[in-house]
Ligand binder design. Sequence first.
Ligand code: FES
Length: 66
Amino acid sequence: MYICLCHAVRTVEINDAVAAGHRDLEAIAKELGVATSCGTCAGHAQAIIDSALANDIPNETQYYAA
Ligand code: FES
């Protein structure tokens, strides 16, 4: 699902960024551009980050490993 329409950032990309060690919105904004234009997505992006941190979601490559 697209979270940031300005930068075409999807949930999976935010989860992957968290799994790669980007632990807050500021770090993920620098990495993906999310919430750096209109800012409408910031709250939703933060909720996804919080959920990913709480669930320790692995990145996409880990889903398909082995
Ligand atoms: S929707 Fe994310 S910055 Fe505009």
